[in-house]
Design a binder for this molecule. Structure first.
Ligand SMILES: [Zn+2]
Length: 92
């Protein structure tokens, strides 16, 4: 006899992170909307600690900033402090 039985399958869920700019609340860090093959992304962080072959103890301080705010606010602020941008062609 073939018996049909409906079995409840629990929905799976996963944790996903999305990042927004601390200043303007727009998506950032790879979540920025782009057109066609445009590239946009900003990572601002500093790592400190120790790294060994079998493990690491590293603390990270990071800021979430979109590319528009980086260009409009962060670059001028860094330049005002004396930092000089280094530009390079990343194409291939
Ligand atoms: Zn922003």
């Amino acid at each position: 006899m073939k018996i049909e039985e409906k079995i409840q399958v629990p929905a799976s869920e996963r944790v996903a992170f999305h990042y927004v700019c601390d200043k303007c609340n727009k998506p950032c860090r790879g979540d920025e909307p782009t057109v066609n093959y445009e590239v946009a992304g900003v990572e601002i962080h500093v790592d400190s600690g120790e790294s060994y072959p079998d493990g690491a103890c590293v603390d990270r301080i990071e800021f979430d900033c979109c590319s528009a705010c980086f260009t409009e606010h962060v670059i001028p602020a860094l330049e005002a402090l004396g930092f000089k941008p280094r530009e390079e062609d990343r194409g291939w």
